[in-house]
Design a protein around this ligand. Structure first.
Ligand code: VGL
Ligand code: ZN
Length: 198
């Protein structure tokens, strides 16, 4: 069976200067590139929202980083970010995106956010990534990217619950760390059986 590198959302809007900048988000790019040749497959995710997405505070006339209730549960309202086709949604210019076998986009459904690379935030609607991994015989994942406490966390927990062997390289991730979300995320990942490598 094979081992894939899953690179989460290394996009301009999550890097310094971006709309939802993660501190140090650009520091991990060269280390991620250097890891790519060690894997049987390289998969990138790309956060990919239509304008007016339901996860945007502006859509609800609310303050960014406030909370709302969606039919699927609580949801953080974010600044507008990763709008389809914009420069903010593009990968960081130094990320070796050409090395990817697969790029999976998520968050394009206007009514449902999608932190995880596997399921939308309703925890039901699949992105198709699990089927891709199964048909390629990939049973082991190493995750890197942005942000540790949101999209990396949700992707890692879903992957572990789907029965994959999962390691998160936190040295090649950076966190939003909103309302102590990083500690909660690390606890949740460990509880799901994810290996954390600092
Ligand atoms: C992310 C918030 C909103 C992430 C994406 O990549 O962690 N966070 N959209
Ligand atoms: Zn998003």
């Amino acid at each position: 069976m094979s081992h894939a590198l899953l690179v989460i959302d290394v996009q301009n809007d999550f890097c310094p200067g971006g709309a939802l900048a993660v501190t140090g988000g650009d520091e991990i790019v060269s280390g991620i590139n250097a890891l790519m040749p060690d894997f049987d497959a390289v998969i990138l995710t790309q956060d990919w929202h239509p304008a007016g997405h339901s996860s945007f505070a502006s859509t609800h006339n609310a303050d960014p980083m406030s909370m709302t209730e969606m039919p699927y549960g609580p949801q953080v309202l974010w600044p507008d970010h990763c709008i389809i086709g914009t420069g903010g949604a593009a990968f960081h210019k130094d990320l070796q995106a050409d090395a990817a076998d697969m790029i999976i986009r998520k968050g394009y459904n206007p009514a449902i956010d999608s932190y995880s690379a596997f399921f939308e935030n309703d925890h039901t609607t699949p992105t198709g990534l699990f089927g891709y991994l199964q048909t390629r015989g990939i049973d082991t994942l190493t995750l890197v990217g942005l942000a540790t406490d949101f999209c990396v966390n949700y992707s890692a927990v879903d992957a572990a619950n789907l029965g994959l062997n999962v390691t998160v390289r936190t040295d090649l991730c950076r966190a939003i760390d909103f309302d102590r979300s990083l500690d909660a995320a690390v606890d949740g990942m460990k509880a799901a059986g994810v290996s954390i490598r600092d």
